[in-house]
Design a binder for this molecule. Structure first.
Ligand code: NAD
Ligand code: ZN
Length: 364
């Protein structure tokens, strides 16, 4: 366990529930106390994680809980493919076989994959039991907050899911020390997204302080996380179930998800896909609003961060267009995208297929 703890609390307020995010060094030490604070003591605690995270952190966390709670563990294979029906079923079976009941608690220990599938299990097991998000990736500052939980269908990512808020999020930044650079980059894309859609000042701070990923020192990471989580919480508190505003969080995701699907799940990280998607959406926004001049600067920054700025030649614009139409914002087969008006201000607009195809051509 980390030696010195130094964390702060951010509250997420939604129409269905308010809950705390404990953020900082040593925040994981809050876990036993949190479980102990529930009105009814958890009958069983099931930790769902993946094999990589299990090797690094599971035994320590089990030892910290075992004296007070009956702890079970379920280890998934790592990677996006784990967010499957088969694993969803396997976790439910394991929970039933091991006597979890309505007073049991699920802990999602891992990145967005673990958080999404474990949260979806929690939302449906016996019509819903408590769950706690313990994110271990930078990207999960996004996925662990806001209550979207899901698994993938072979026909589309995150197609089967629900809105289900955790009891709490415990975000210990010490977990990030073992994260590979490619995953830091992936999570950083969502940080930049939060700044672009909502907070000009934060975006300027990123531009002035983070020229390369190596500039993400522990202090700066904390600034990124705190701002990213606050922005996500603010958007979600306005629109928990995505009837309007929350859709802006999809900035970069219409093409991003299409790239993930077209390349094959796991071939490109979520964040790299979103980064290229944001660049594409920005370029499109400039075509509709020539006063906006942003894509050149973003493109230069993307090269410094190591984000992709081109689409792989193995997939055609037409193929990407077909994938983009599966986006949940599509209406009557018209693609709706989040476009940028200026840094900090975005809008959702219908975009004609021809403009999408023409703009995609620029990315080869
Ligand atoms: P991930 O969970 O696959 O984690 C990335 C990799 O890092 C995995 O190999 C994992 O084993 C490894 N890892 C995790 N923690 C580690 C650590 N501390 N040290 C070393 N390795 C570690 O992916 P992710 O990028 O965290 O999340 C992506 C998923 O999140 C996607 O499925 C996406 O759809 C979902 N998502 C959901 C939401 C939401 O609102 N629910 C938002 C954004 C993304
Ligand atoms: Zn995302």
């Amino acid at each position: 366990m980390p030696q010195n703890s130094n964390w702060k609390q951010v509250t997420v307020q939604t129409s269905s529930k308010d809950y705390p995010v404990f953020l900082g060094k040593g925040a994981i030490e809050q876990l036993p106390q949190l479980l102990g604070s529930f009105q009814k003591k958890p009958s069983k605690v099931l930790i769902v994680t993946d094999d990589i995270v299990a090797n690094l952190y599971l035994s320590e966390i089990v030892s910290s809980l075992a004296p007070s709670f009956s702890v079970l563990t379920f280890v998934l294979p790592n990677g996006e493919e784990a967010k499957s029906f088969e694993n969803y079923h396997a976790i439910q079976t394991y929970a039933l076989e091991n006597g979890l009941d309505r007073h049991s608690v699920i802990i999602a220990l891992g990145g967005g994959v673990v958080g999404d599938i474990a949260g979806f299990v929690a939302s449906t097991f016996m019509r819903g039991i408590k769950f706690i998000q313990v994110p271990t990736t930078l990207l999960a500052h996004d996925s662990a907050v806001g209550g979207k939980v899901a698994i993938n269908h072979p026909l589309g990512k995150n197609m089967i899911g629900s809105f289900y808020q955790p009891e709490a999020v415990i975000y210990d930044v010490d977990f990030l020390n073992s994260l590979p650079d490619s995953e830091i980059r992936s999570g950083f894309a969502e940080v930049v997204k939060h700044s672009l859609i909502w907070d000009r000042e934060f975006h300027q701070w990123i531009n002035s302080n983070i020229h390369y990923l190596n500039d993400l020192t522990e202090d700066r990471l904390l600034v990124c996380l705190e701002n990213g989580i606050k922005i996500k919480a603010e958007v979600v508190s306005n629109d928990e179930k995505e009837t309007g505003l929350r859709a802006i969080l999809n900035f970069g995701h219409t093409l991003g998800h299409a790239l993930e699907a077209a390349y094959g799940y796991g071939k490109i990280t979520h964040g790299d896909g979103v980064a290229l998607g944001m660049l594409f959406a920005t370029r499109l926004s400039e075509k509709l609003n020539p006063e906006l001049q942003l894509s050149h600067n973003l493109s230069e920054a993307w090269k410094r961060y190591g984000f992709p700025t081109k689409v792989q030649s193995t997939v055609s614009p037409q193929q990407l267009l077909s994938w983009m139409k599966k986006d949940k914002k599509t209406q009557n087969s018209h693609i709706h995208m989040v476009l940028i008006q200026s840094v900090g201000r975005v809008e959702v607009r219908s975009v004609p297929d021809e403009l999408i195809l023409e703009t995609l051509q620029e990315f080869y």
